[in-house]
Design a binder for this molecule. Structure first.
Ligand code: FAD
Length: 302
């Protein structure tokens, strides 16, 4: 962990980094070279997503298991309720416990027919994320993270209904929440005020998406209900064919966002890495994190 000089003195900055399980050998190489680059920064945890409809069950498990075996990282496995019975999910959770994993990111998951369609719980499954949280806590003493939506989940009846759903997850035992990404920090601060006013006291870690590809990020935002401020679009305007400038702008935009959050007293960050290390590494560096030389034990493990 590192300390960054902020206006009110030195405070520890903690980061976590999200990856997705690779689909091909080439993507696997990219993922592991990113992990190698980012691991010396000693993130608080690294998480591995679970594909829509449970499509990556094996790949998520294998990636997490390899992290446990070959690195000093603390992995968190994402898990959804989609298309599985409680028994099937409990078995996945138990296999994580047996593999040495102690942290799960518990989600309902998206509707089987895609975002925007109606979610149908599996008849023998966990109906909502809060039920999954309770189920995981029954299997073992896991740390459980859940999602939070500063700009409201697309299916939620209202912001209040969404905060009630977060409260249900907390009451079921959730230890912390990670937000959907947002670009306008005011959105996050307003949400935080509402969450705290509702009596929710767990950490609400801001999820930061460093923009490697603006078009892709904007598409992603449309599907998740995150807004794209006009100034963000303006910053990437005309750079589609200018990779070098795009990278510099991307680093500047992300740095500006996290530094503003640090100045407002935020110490914890979750980065959606898209399995790439460059931007996340640069932002972490700006936040004051420095790579630690591997200890003897790490070298042995590697
Ligand atoms: P929930 O908290 O379950 O909320 C979903 C909707 O249901 C909301 O409208 C909410 O208001 C409502 N609701 C919740 N509880 C209740 C209740 N008890 N009664 C009535 N209504 C309720 N998806 C994946 O497939 N794999 C991943 O690995 C993955 N990782 C993610 C990580 C993060 C940090 C985030 C923010 C999202 C992630 N997602 C992932 C996306 C997520 O699965 C979808 O957004 C999904 O549509 C909702 O699941 P949830 O657990 O986030 O939301």
């Amino acid at each position: 962990n590192s300390h960054r000089a902020s206006r009110d003195g030195f405070r520890p900055i903690r980061v976590s980094i999200e990856f997705f399980p690779p689909k091909s050998d080439e993507m696997e190489k990219i993922l592991w070279s990113s992990i190698e680059r980012l691991a010396p920064l000693q993130p608080k945890f690294v998480s591995v997503t679970y594909g829509a409809g449970g499509s990556t069950r094996e790949r998520t498990h294998n990636t997490v298991a390899r992290m446990v075996k070959e690195t000093n990282l603390k992995p968190a496995a994402h898990l959804t309720c989609v298309d599985a019975t409680k028994e099937e999910i409990d078995n996945v959770v138990r296999s994580y416990w047996d593999a040495g994993v102690r942290h799960i990111v518990a989600l309902r998951g998206d509707p089987q027919d895609g975002v925007g369609t109606t979610y149908r719980p599996h008849p023998g499954g966990y109906a909502q994320a809060c039920d999954l949280v309770a189920g995981i806590k029954k299997v073992g003493d896991f740390k459980v993270s859940v999602s939070a939506y500063p700009e409201v989940h697309p299916e939620a009846a209202s912001l209040e209904a969404d905060i009630d759903a977060l409260k249900a997850k907390v009451d079921a035992g959730a230890d912390q929440a990670i937000t959907q990404f947002f670009f306008d920090n005011e959105v996050y601060f307003r949400y935080l005020d509402k969450v705290r006013a509702a009596g929710i006291t767990i950490p609400i870690i801001p999820g930061i998406l460093p923009v490697q590809n603006f078009k892709q990020a904007a598409n992603f935002a449309r599907r998740t209900g995150a807004s794209v401020p006009y100034w963000l679009a303006a910053r990437f305007e005309g750079l589609d064919d200018d990779v070098e400038t795009r990278r510099l702008v991307a680093a500047a935009v992300a740095a500006e966002q996290v530094v503003d959050l640090v100045d407002a007293g935020i110490n914890d960050f979750h980065f959606y890495s898209m399995n790439r290390s460059d931007l996340v590494y640069a932002i972490c560096h700006i936040l004051g994190l420095r790579g630690q030389a591997p200890k003897a034990a790490d070298r042995k493990a590697a």
